[in-house]
Unconditional design. Structure first.
Length: 402
């Protein structure tokens, strides 16, 4: 079916653009009018010049996806057809990107595509996990139930990630301020004092010489520093894009003191929560493992799940496969084993998720309590260094003058 690029004006007078699939331009115009859009331009995508073609970039926040899933489920339960519900959500969502996607999804659904197939065309906005849940609901005739479960999972996931980011934001902000402060001192304060110290023949302490050395380095060789950082950053970035680089970076993260324990619990909480949702939606076990694997942002754990899925294909159980890997706690293997024997595997992963979710909350509380005194000590050391670097030579200068 042909795809048409359009520019259209909404009822509020705003200009929007996107693509729509229709048999003819006339049908495309009718579909746009059905969404309250007045076409300003309509052209076959194949005839567009490359710079006018719609670029498929930009994702959608987890919170916006969760709201979309819950509101769509509520409308479907109320008896509103999916197509009409999509049109309503496209008009009322606060996310401009999501509104454009939902508008295009509604065109696909109006053209006869299942909802899951229409969403699948936007992988940056909707993950395999999201698509699989919708597809499972379509197959069982329980789309609203799948969407409700999906919304609950996305909300739990968003809350978990928010707590981790909040805990790490404070020290990151403090260290950034400290670096900026040192650079300001080295480039604007110390240069004005350097000539004064040199003329007075004042003996400079080590900390002052170190700060002056940084000043000279940034002023005389700033171009070299930028080139070096650019080349080093490019090398590291390209290495981290390789399978070996991603794996080694993931393994390094799991060896970090303090943070590694928190991250392991976070990975297990997210994975078990996703797997619980998929299994309760009656997604086959192997496929559920491979989909839930994608919520893990760590290559070490992803490889464990890949091997586990392969073992399950060959007749093993998940608990037996998990027992082979030291990164999977024995408690997890034991609970999964009980779930397999009782036929309640989804519930078993739900129990694991709730346990590690509470564990992550406790770990974040402990981490926050530990970070605060560490940050205070670092700030004190940094301020003491800067004051000593500036005040000690000034004290020596006063002695020379007097």
């Amino acid at each position: 079916m042909p795809e048409y690029y359009y520019r259209a004006r909404t009822r509020l007078g705003h200009v929007t653009k996107g693509t729509v699939r229709a048999a003819t331009p006339e049908r495309a115009s009718e579909m746009l009018a059905g969404h309250g859009l007045a076409p300003l331009e309509l052209q076959d995508v194949r005839e567009l010049r490359f710079w006018k073609r719609e670029l498929k970039f930009g994702g959608v926040r987890i919170r916006d996806r969760a709201i979309f899933a819950r509101e769509l489920a509520t409308m479907i339960e109320a008896g509103i057809p999916i197509l009409q519900a999509l049109r309503i959500l496209a008009q009322q969502t606060e996310s401009v990107r999501l509104a454009d996607i939902l508008r295009n999804v509604s065109y696909e659904v109006e053209g006869g595509s299942p909802l899951s197939n229409a969403l699948e065309k936007y992988p940056r906005a909707f993950s395999d996990f999201f698509i699989s849940m919708v597809r499972s609901g379509e197959a069982s005739g329980q789309v609203s139930r799948s969407l409700q479960a999906l919304a609950e999972h996305e909300e739990r996931d968003a809350e978990l990630i928010r707590k981790v980011r909040t805990a790490l934001l404070y020290p990151a902000f403090v260290f950034t301020v400290m670096i900026v402060l040192v650079l300001v001192m080295a480039n604007f304060v110390m240069p004005q004092l350097t000539d004064l110290f040199r003329e007075a023949n004042v003996s400079l302490p080590f900390m002052t010489r170190l700060l002056l050395g940084m000043t000279f380095l940034f002023q005389a060789y700033w171009w070299f520093v930028l080139i070096f950082l650019g080349i080093a950053g490019t090398i590291v970035f390209n290495y981290l894009r390789t399978p070996e680089g991603r794996y080694n970076a993931s393994a390094f993260v799991l060896r970090l003191p303090i943070l590694s324990t928190l991250l392991r619990k976070l990975y297990l909480a997210r994975f078990s929560g996703a797997l619980q949702t998929l299994l309760e939606a009656e997604v086959p076990v192997v496929r559920a493992l491979l989909i839930a694997r994608d919520v893990l942002a760590n290559r070490v754990y992803q490889e464990i799940i890949d091997r586990t899925a392969e073992d399950v294909k060959n007749g093993s159980t998940i608990s037996q496969a998990f027992e082979r890997y030291p990164d999977i706690p024995l408690m997890v293997s034991a609970i999964v084993g009980v779930g397999e024997r009782s036929g309640q595997l989804g519930q078993a992963f739900g129990n694991i998720h709730r346990f590690y979710r509470r564990d992550v909350d406790d770990a974040l509380g402990n981490l926050t309590a530990l970070i605060e005194p560490v940050v205070i000590v670092v700030i004190g050391v940094g301020v003491a260094f800067l004051l000593a670097a500036v005040l000690l030579p000034l004290y020596g200068l006063v002695q020379v003058i007097t």
